[in-house]
Design a binder for this molecule. Sequence first.
Ligand code: PFF
Length: 451
Amino acid sequence: MEREHFGSRFAVIMAFAGSAIGLGNIWRFPYMAGEYGGAAFILIYVAASLFLSLPIFFAELVIGRRSRANCFGAMKNLAPGSHWNGLGLLCVVTPMIIVSYYSVVGGWSLDYLVRSCTFEFMRTPTDEVSGIFDSFITSSWSPLLFFGVYIALTCGIVAFGVKKGIEKFSKYSIPVLFVLIIVIAIYSVTLDGAAAGVSYLIKPDPAKITPATCVNALGQSFYSLSLGMGIVITYSSYVSKQENLLVSGLGTAVSDLIFAVLAGFAIMPAVFAAGIEPGSGPGLIFKTLPYIFSAMGESMPVVGAAVSILFFLAIFISALSSSIALVEVGVAYLIEEKGFRRKNACIAVFCFSFVLGALCSLSFGPLSGLTITGEPLFDFLDKFSSNILLTAGGFFCVTFVGWKMSRDDVRDEFTNGGSLRLNDRLFGVIYFLIKYVAPIAVAVIFISNFI
Ligand code: PFF
């Protein structure tokens, strides 16, 4: 069977940007920045993305495009019969777990989009609006229903294939997403009292640069670029042999960075304008923002309603483009290793994610007794996958390219077999980062989880 591949450089960057830009940028980044010192965190985040996460991104690009196979097949091709095959399996299992709980939050964003469209936040008194979130996630059916629709939509798009599904969706939705976030950011920074939020994001306070800020900024950039979970390997296996990996990788990392910073500007100035504490945890977008929309509803109902629709539409699209990538990893594995047809592979992934995700969704309410190591299932899977599985996957991928593959093979992949020019010094720096710096940095994030 002929392997599909992305049709153009724009398609490649949009698909990768879609996988990277997600809840991590809109949901996680602003509250991490809020908790760890605003501008100081952002500066370290940018440096960590370019010097540590980007080399790991390159390493995964090399594995995927060299092998032209799903994650498991990639390891089988590049290191036949070795322990590295375990890494291939890890990279298939991790996204299957992640997509299950990630889609629960995706379902919340869909629910909040519907609520925005029915003007619920405008109609609810300001002091009651954040309570909507608690009563929604602790109920049984509603979050389950929205989660089910969300994951069905994700698998439905993947079922159309790499070109007609993933590429088409990314090519249209990611530019729309940028327009949405720019419009919201412009609106947010022009609100009365927004200046404090803007200066919070642009004026670094050196006292806030602590080891915790560094580790968390690095962890966030790692999470945001979707490293260590097979996505980059799988998508890269659909990149044509003529494409320039350096440009695609840089284009993706820069889009992801710009989007995260824009999301910060969309959220933080509005939060400051409303007089709310910036570091208010994961509830920031589902509690704080509706509060702001509701308050706006009192004086400017039409603007409040419009901004809330745009906002939750942006969250929904960004989540969907990442879930699509997570699902594709398992689907590619089932097609290439187990002989499934694409449609059946999507149904199989849907069934698995639906069962695990439903348990996660219910772990906020009726199944709150369902705990692992004392934590609700959702929290456990989130922490276990982002702190342990992702970092382990990223560490072994970058170590594989730095220590198992030959330098010549890596260079060959960057230069497309010698047909692209690549400055020796630049390659030397990238290779050094892959071989020494990135593995040490990931090992530090990994160890910091235990202290
Ligand atoms: N990079 C995407 C995001 O930031 O939302 C996708 C993703 C990354 C999902 C890591 C889940 C995850 F653990």
